[in-house]
Design a binder for this molecule. Structure first.
Ligand code: TIU
Length: 230
């Protein structure tokens, strides 16, 4: 077992039964011209989560950990886009509409895909989800259980929306979640702060919080020969 220093207390995990889950690191959220900006947000605030996540992804791969990527988005025919979600916000340009990176939050479009720095490697499942939570209307739970995964290391965007919803869903399904604070991002600094606080309050009501530095320190203790894939 490895130990990551975390709040509200140390997080113990076995890299063979823990997965790195990277939530929605899509161009549509972190770059201008996508869904994040259409909602009126300053997308640059999310970009700072990319470099630490890249370091965590590299270390997780080197340790042989299972890695799963998620993307929020919809079928090109929008058959899985609820009217309530489409209408929300009365956006001039919304989901399914053309933008500079292609149709917003539509699968197969450039903006819908994951940023180059965090590009999924062969063998790393990509879970396409129509909602905010990564468990709703997806096969994520089946994928994790098939692999014997019990604990999730969570990175991605946005902290208070898709990360929170996914962590809450995972918690209710019996997974331990460790959220890496510098690897998750919000368009709202106050939501980032309180979103993180809510996870670890009340004895870790939804999970644990640490950061990339402390996680990398823990993973550095894995000898290459004992990697989870070998
Ligand atoms: N708007 C916002 O903060 N987030 C989303 O719509 N989706 C995700 O968090 N991925």
């Amino acid at each position: 077992m490895l130990i990551v220093q975390a709040e509200p207390y140390a997080f113990e995990f076995d890299p063979a039964t823990a997965a790195l889950v990277i939530i929605d690191m899509q161009r549509d959220f972190v770059y201008k011209g996508g869904f994040g900006e259409a909602l009126g947000n300053d997308t640059s605030l999310l970009l700072k989560a990319v470099p630490p996540t890249e370091r965590v992804l590299g270390a997780a791969r080197a340790a042989g950990m299972f890695v799963v990527h998620t993307r929020e988005g919809h079928r090109p025919d929008l058959a899985d886009l609820p009217q309530a979600k489409k209408r929300r916000g009365h956006l001039k340009v919304g989901i399914g509409d053309p933008g500079p990176m292609g149709r917003i939050l539509v699968r197969g479009e450039h903006g819908h895909d994951i940023v180059d720095e965090l590009k999924p490697a062969p063998g790393e499942p990509i879970v396409d989800k129509p909602g905010k939570g990564a468990f709703y209307a997806t096969d994520l739970d089946t994928i994790l259980r098939t692999r014997g995964i019990r604990q999730l290391i969570v990175c991605g965007v946005t902290t208070e929306v898709c990360v929170h919803t996914t962590v809450r869903e995972a918690n209710d399904r019996g997974y331990d979640c460790l959220v890496l604070e510098d690897c998750v991002g919000s368009y709202f600094p106050e939501f980032q702060a309180v979103g993180i606080k809510m996870i670890k309050a009340q004895g870790g009501i939804f999970g644990w919080v640490s950061d990339s530095t402390r996680f990398l320190e823990a993973l550095a203790k894995v000898p290459p020969a004992r990697s989870a894939r070998s």
